[in-house]
Design a protein around this ligand. Structure first.
Ligand code: CP3
Length: 344
C-alpha cells in the first residue's frame, strides 16, 4: 500500500495534502502524560521501547495524522557519544560537562560505535512499524550537527550562543573537528533508523537562526548536505526533510540532495515558494500558536492552501504543538488540512 505522506514528499499528486505534527515542547495529550508518569522521567521513556512506541502511535490514533514521528530526542546522540544528560523541570536539557577543548572532542565516542549504542531507538522503530497501519508513514529524525554541537558546547539552551560563537570566531578548527565527528555519528544513526523501518528522515536545525549567512553555510548547512547526500546515495527511496529554523534571508543559497524543505512560520510561504518551490516540496509554515483559536487556525490553513494550491506541500506545525492547546483544536486543524480544496 502506498503511503500518501511519502508520495507527497516526492512531489507526487495525492488525494489530499497530508499532515503531521510533533509535540516536542507540548504535552497536550492526557494519554501521553499517563505513559510519561509511568516511565518516571523523560529519558527513561526514550529508553523504554514499548512505552516510546506507544506514545509514538498516540497522535496517529487520536488526532488522525498521516505520519507518526518517532518518540525520542535529538540529544540522545551526544548522550551516547559520552556526555551525561539530564532534563531539568523548567530548564530543559542540561549537559553538566560541556565540550571545552580538542581533548574533550577526542574523548567522545564516534562513528558506528556511538550510533550502535542507540539500540533503544531502533527497537522502538521496529515495534512502531509493526503496529502502525501500512498507509501511515513513520518519520525518523536527527538534530543537525550545528544544533547538536551548540548544545554540547553551551551545555544547555541559550539566548546568546556566546560560548559556541566564541569558538567559531577564535578556534574554528575545534568547532569543525566536533562537527565532523557528530556528522559521522548522524550518518550511521539515520542509516540504522532506516534499516529498522522508518519511511522518512528529518534533520532539525533548530538553531540555524543564530548564524550570519557565510557562517551558516560553513558551520551548518554544508554538514547537513553531507548527511543528506550520504543517505540519498544509499537509500534513494527514503525522502529527506531539511528543517532549518529562521533563515528566510538565505533561501537563494539553499541547495542539496534532499526532497522536502521545512518552512518555519517566520518565513512567508510566498517567499519560500518563489525561491524553493520548483526544486523542493515545502512543508509547514503554520504558526503553532494559532491552534489556540479555531478562527486563527482556519485563516492560516486557508492562506497556505491558497498559495500552494494543495500541491507540493505538506501541512505541519514546525516545532510542534504546545501543551495547553485543546486536543479538539488539533483535531480541527487536521480536518481542515485534509479538506484543502474542498468546502471547509
Ligand atoms: O513530538 C515528538 O514526540 C517527537 C519527538 C521529539 C522530541 N524532541 C520529544 C521531546 C523530537 C523530534 C524532538 C526534537 C528536539 N529536541 C529538538 C529539535 C526540534 C525543535 O523543536 O527545535 C530540540 C531542540 C530538542 C531538545 C529538547 N528536548 C528541549 C529543548 C526540550 C525541552 C522542551 C520543553 O519545553 O520542556 C526537550 C524535551 C522533550 N523532547 C519533550 C518531548 C516530548 C518534553 C519532555 C517531557 O517533559 O515530557
Amino acid at each position: 500500500m502506498s503511503k500518501i505522506f511519502v508520495d507527497a514528499c516526492f512531489g507526487k499528486e495525492t488525494p489530499y495534502t497530508p499532515v503531521w505534527m510533533m509535540r516536542q515542547a507540548g504535552r497536550y495529550l492526557p494519554e501521553y502524560m499517563e505513559v510519561r508518569e509511568k516511565a518516571g522521567d523523560f529519558l527513561s521513556l526514550c529508553h523504554t521501547p514499548e512505552m516510546a512506541a506507544e506514545v509514538t502511535l498516540q497522535p496517529v490514533d487520536i488526532v488522525g495524522v498521516d505520519a507518526a514521528i518517532l518518540f525520542s530526542d535529538i540529544l540522545v546522540i551526544p548522550n551516547e557519544m559520552g556526555m551525561d544528560l539530564r532534563f531539568e523541570k523548567g530548564e530543559g536539557p542540561i549537559f553538566d560537562k560541556p565540550i571545552k577543548s580538542i581533548e574533550d572532542v577526542e574523548a567522545l565516542l564516534g562513528g558506528e560505535e556511538a550510533a550502535g549504542k542507540l539500540t533503544y531507538v531502533y527497537d522502538t522503530i521496529k515495534i512502531v512499524r509493526e503496529k502502525l497501519a501500512n498507509d501511515k508513514a513513520l518519520i525518523g529524525f536527527t538534530g543537525a550537527p550545528w544544533t547538536l554541537a551548540t548544545y554540547m558546547i553551551e551545555g544547555r539552551g541559550t539566548k546568546t550562543y556566546n560560548l559556541v560563537k566564541k569558538l567559531i570566531y577564535t578556534q574554528p578548527e575545534l568547532m569543525h573537528a566536533l562537527l565532523a565527528k557528530v556528522t559521522e555519528v548522524v550518518k550511521y544513526y539515520l542509516e540504522k533508523q532506516i534499516q529498522a523501518g522508518v519511511d522518512v528522515v528529518q534533520i532539525f536545525d533548530s538553531w540555524a537562526t543564530a548564524l550570519e549567512k557565510d557562517k551558516y553555510f560553513e558551520f551548518s548547512w554544508n554538514y547537513m548536505k553531507e548527511i543528506a547526500s550520504y543517505i540519498k546515495a544509499k537509500y534513494p527511496h527514503i525522502p529527506i526533510i531539511m528543517f532549518p529554523k529562521g533563515i528566510p534571508g538565505f533561501l537563494d543559497e539553499i541547495d542539496g540532495d534532499f526532497d522536502v524543505f521545512g518552512v518555519d512560520w517566520s518565513t512567508p510561504i510566498e517567499l519560500a515558494k518563489e525561491k524553493l518551490g520548483s526544486r523542493y516540496v515545502l512543508q509547514g509554515n503554520m504558526e503553532p500558536c494559532r491552534l489556540y483559536s479555531k478562527e486563527a487556525t482556519k485563516e492560516a490553513v486557508e492562506h497556505i492552501a491558497s498559495v500552494m494550491g494543495g500541491k507540493r506541500h505538506i501541512f505541519n506545525l514546525g516545532h510542534g504543538i504546545l501543551p495547553d492547546v485543546p486536543v479538539e483544536n488539533a483535531k480541527y486543524f487536521i480536518k481542515l488540512c485534509k479538506n484543502v480544496g474542498k468546502d471547509f
